[in-house]
Design a protein around this ligand. Structure first.
Ligand SMILES: NC(=O)c1ccc[n+]([C@@H]2O[C@H](COP(=O)([O-])OP(=O)(O)OC[C@H]3O[C@@H](n4cnc5c(N)ncnc54)[C@H](O)[C@@H]3O)[C@@H](O)[C@H]2O)c1
Length: 292
């Protein structure tokens, strides 16, 4: 694990002076590119992925493991999380699985304690778990208050609780990455999903503010904004063929999005190479929202 120390040697947390000194000493022989800027590896990183029992979270866990990281699969549905863990181990990777309800502060702090007891640290948190596919689509005036509260509790309070629980661990290590997951539904303003769209909009503001508060601790906070992603999961609200055609017609890249399309961006944001990127929301959607 040379990654953490090599990054800190060049830019100690909070040392703007050290960073500018690096610029001053550039010479023709020395490109000034520190070792960590070329470090695109997540090998041996402990990556907590919420909602990893299926869909996007499952694929991220599998791909982080293939890249040498140790994904920690945390899901309300622990049977699914364990199944994915077993898949990863059968493929020669490393992984552990835990049950968590991200909406419950006791559950999230118990989770973090259990991960630290097992792995000794948490390098990366991917706030992926959310409720949406199972939600009935309806006009906002018809959304029951209990359903509104549940969506906000899981999709907004959940990532807050997870970040709050891992922040002290990352701060003590002087290095960390938090990646939140928003949605194309925010810029599109998808109708009949007001609680979901509102909750995913909050991910962008949370990212902006959390990045400021955690930057001095060496923790980068970013957000990805996926487009409509086909996963292995049959949806309660599957898009119609007409909707898929309409989505494709608005994309720059002319194919449907799959969950593996998110892997490269997620891994990049988890590496030392992305060390100067924080507080950003990056769309990964084939240009779907670019054209809106
Ligand atoms: N699939 C898409 O088209 C799409 C598009 C844009 C954004 N997203 C976002 O990507 C993320 C993953 O989407 P997906 O399609 O894989 O979703 P999914 O519904 O297939 O999986 C969500 C996972 O979260 C878990 N979960 C739900 N509530 C939980 C809780 N309280 N505590 C712990 N785990 C809980 C579920 O058990 C499930 O395993 C979500 O944040 C979603 O909003 C998805």
């Amino acid at each position: 694990m040379t990654n953490i120390s090599s990054e800190l040697q060049v830019q100690p947390a909070g040392s703007a002076l050290a960073a500018s000194d690096e610029t001053v000493v550039h010479t023709p022989k020395d490109s000034g590119v520190p070792e960590w800027a070329r470090d695109f590896t997540v090998a041996d990183r402990v990556v907590l992925i919420t909602g990893a029992g299926q869909g996007i979270g499952r694929e991220l866990a599998r791909q982080f493991a293939a890249a040498g990281a140790i994904p920690v699969l945390a899901d309300l549905n622990v049977v699914n999380a364990q199944r994915v863990r077993d898949e990863i181990i059968a493929d020669g990777g490393r992984a552990t699985a835990f049950q968590v309800d991200i909406a419950d502060p006791t559950s999230t702090s118990d989770l973090v304690q259990a991960i630290v007891a097992e792995h000794g640290r948490i390098d990366i948190l991917i706030n992926n778990a959310a409720v949406f596919a199972t939600l009935d689509k309806r006009h906002f005036e018809l959304i029951p208050l209990e359903e509104w509260d549940r969506v906000i509790r899981v999709n907004v309070t959940g990532p807050f609780l997870c970040a709050r629980a891992v922040a002290p661990i990352m701060r003590a290590a002087g290095w960390g990455r938090i990646i939140n997951v928003s949605s194309d539904a925010v810029p599109k303003g998808v109708r009949n999903y007001l609680h979901y769209v509102t909750s995913k909009s909050a991910m962008i503001g949370m990212t902006n503010a959390m990045a400021r508060e955690l930057g001095p601790d060496g923790i980068n906070v970013n957000c990805i904004r996926p487009g409509p992603v086909a996963t292995e999961v049959e949806r309660a609200v599957n898009p119609t063929i007409d909707l898929r055609r309409m989505q494709l017609s608005q994309q720059c890249l002319q194919r449907g999005m799959v969950h593996t399309d998110l892997v490269g961006l997620m891994i990049f944001l988890s590496t030392p190479a992305s060390g100067f990127i924080t507080g950003q929301t990056i769309a990964c959607d084939g240009g779907y929202t670019h054209s809106s």
